[in-house]
Design a binder for this molecule. Structure first.
Ligand code: IPM
Ligand code: MN
Length: 359
């Protein structure tokens, strides 16, 4: 297969971890006789520095014209500490999601058997956890009307959802549940929010078309508690934009490191793959960032194009690295490998599982 892939590695550790994902994809292309062409574009703080725009038109154009987008990370402290900044790196990512119509963000969370004791949560609590979070990505409070009063003392963000926005992701989540353990949990705040009540109504209606899937509901505050108390109860979680953002960071604790969590953002025509972690500015250039979330995002890219053997080849290599404790300091503080060495091992293992080694 020939795929044109836009590479938006962005800020902070983005370029370092994305380079490892590309290495893994190149190893796959070599072994399975595919042609992957990588085309770089600017996004985030680096794009602001170079062009004044967190998402330059050429970058958007590149993403529209390629088959898939591989995204790194965005964000820089100089913007985080300046609430009055008019242009922010995050606007680049949000605009990209909106313009590409990437309404469904899929975030798998798994307790890897070899990492169970790395999680701050107890083994007996997290064992067997395997969750797929379906986070709505182009609506809700992130994209609602924002206002600041003239005197600067009153601010508001509107949380708005339409039936259509709920329906399209709900269908994807139900279909995913059908292929998994057939349970779907809608996370909302329907005891308080009108928008959540619409989610419940629409999702309940759609459930009748998926009678093999059990639907249940959890308020988001309770869901946050259940995620820590009993995460293996979850199969597919469906939720709106901001709840999904928060719950997925919380869920990353189960795997032992946020540096393991990959995601796919899917729309009707475009798709983008990115680690869920941020730009981790303190780690930039130190070679300590975990590249596995970026590498597993590349596996999700392959899966999206139905290259299932290829996606599994990446996952096998990642599991091997975890099993051999060939990981970065977040998971292996006493004897860490650099970002690049972890990437080298994984690419080597993909190329030749029989005799890969670290050198
Ligand atoms: C994420 C990130 C983004 C979000 C930020 C960087 C805008 O936290 O992808 O989870 O809030 O969606
Ligand atoms: Mn987030």
């Amino acid at each position: 297969m020939k795929l044109d892939i836009a590479v938006l590695s962005g800020d902070g550790i983005g370029p370092e971890v994305t380079a490892q994902a590309i290495k893994a994809l190149e190893a796959i292309a070599h072994n399975f006789d595919h042609s992957f062409i990588f085309k770089e574009g600017l996004v985030g703080a680096i794009a602001i520095d170079k062009t004044g725009n967190p998402l330059p038109d050429e970058t958007l154009e590149l993403c529209v014209q390629t088959d898939a987008v591989l995204f790194g990370a965005i964000g820089a402290p100089k913007y985080d500490n300046d609430p009055s900044a008019a242009v922010r790196p995050e606007q680049g990512l949000l605009k990209l999601r909106k313009e590409l119509g990437l309404y469904a963000n899929i975030r798998p969370v798994k307790a890897y058997p070899t990492l169970i004791d790395k999680s701050p949560l107890k083994r007996e609590i997290i064992e067997g956890t395997d969750i797929s979070i379906y986070r709505e990505l182009t609506g809700g409070i992130y994209f609602g009307k924002k206002e600041l009063s003239d005197d600067g003392n009153i601010a508001s963000d509107l949380c708005e959802y339409s039936r259509e926005e709920i329906e399209r992701i709900a269908h994807l989540a139900f279909k995913a549940a059908q292929k998994r353990r057939k349970k779907l949990t809608l996370v909302d705040k329907a005891n308080v929010l009108e928008s959540s009540r619409l989610w419940r109504k629409v999702v309940t209606e759609i459930a009748t078309a998926y009678s093999d899937v059990t639907l249940d509901f959890l308020f988001v505050d309770n869901a946050a508690m259940q995620m820590i108390l009993n995460p293996s109860q979850f199969d597919v979680i469906l939720t709106e934009n901001m709840f999904g953002d928060i719950i997925s960071d919380e869920a990353s604790v189960i795997g032992g490191s946020i540096g393991l969590l990959a995601s796919a953002s899917i729309g009707n025509t475009c798709c983008m793959f990115e680690p869920i972690h941020g730009s981790y500015p303190q780690a930039t250039g130190k070679g300590i960032a975990n590249p596995i979330a970026a590498i597993l995002s590349a596996a999700m890219l392959l899966e999206h194009f139905n290259l299932l053997g290829e996606a599994n080849a990446i996952r096998d290599a990642v599991e091997k690295a975890l099993e051999l404790n060939l990981t970065t300091s977040d998971l292996n503080p006493s004897n860490p490998l650099t970002t690049e060495k972890v990437g080298d091992f994984i690419a080597d293992y993909i190329l030749n599982p029989e005799d890969s080694n670290i050198n």
